[in-house]
Ligand binder design. Sequence first.
Ligand code: PMP
Length: 306
Amino acid sequence: MNTPFLWHNGRIKPWSEANTHVSTHALHYGSSVFEGERVYATPDGPAYFRLADHTRRLFESAKVYEIEIGYSEAEINAASLELIRANSMKSAYVRPIVFRGAGGLGVLPKDGAPVEVALMAMEWGAYLGEAAERGADVCVSSWHRPAPNTIPSWAKAGGNYLNSQLIGLEARRNGYDEGIALGHNGLLSEGAGENLFLVKRGKLLTPPSSAGILAGITRDTVITLAAELGIPVEERDLPREALYTADEVFMTGSAAEITPVRSVDRKPVGSGKPGPVTRGLQESFFGLFNGSTRDRWGWLSFVHAV
Ligand code: PMP
């Protein structure tokens, strides 16, 4: 999984040299914000997908928690490109992270306490393994998403992923590929690390951005591509039973990409196989990287000048 180099606090360095002290604030209090993004091998060489949008969200997450990144968005974007060149990678999963460093304990960070910034690139295949092809078997979790006035879901912070771990661990223990959480109001929210889409009578349905979800960049991509394909999309409140009566269900994420769901709580979704709307959206999405879908939105950032 390791690559020769990462970027840490302003410079490229060997992977093994980026260490942190055990008193690091983020270890004790969850004070990190991060991203997960992909570099795809395209006919014009490696390209980040929606790099600027990921970097923007990283800065917004940091702003919510009053963490000063100390670099500009342009500097992080440039460093992200440099990282892939330094490792001579053709494709990658990239993890930027910003965290409160070793500046003394105490929940409230001390004035002037250090903030560390790192970018890591890794080889990483399909997030949910073979489920990406055959369709995932998911359950509705007994764990819910935090209420919006507790942990803000739009900020992608390390601490949020304690909830995701509970959802994911329960799902795995019970033999499922992934768990889907309800929100504080008992309505559908999202997967442990993915947004959720349902297809019903040719229409795409997805919980609204107020449903305790991360405002996913892949979710936004799918909504945009669906409009191109003439598929109507409704962002709206959905009850749990909408999952059981949907024609198709799929999940989206930078790691998960577009992963079909073939069963929920052991009940088959539709025919029990990835359906035509999901397949069509996958084709359109992956077409961005093989050249069959034209990038009309400037979503690709090429690592080498083209
Ligand atoms: N929800 C959660 C909880 C996630 O961790 C992710 C992955 N970042 C997503 C949704 C999907 O977001 P994106 O498409 O921006 O990766």
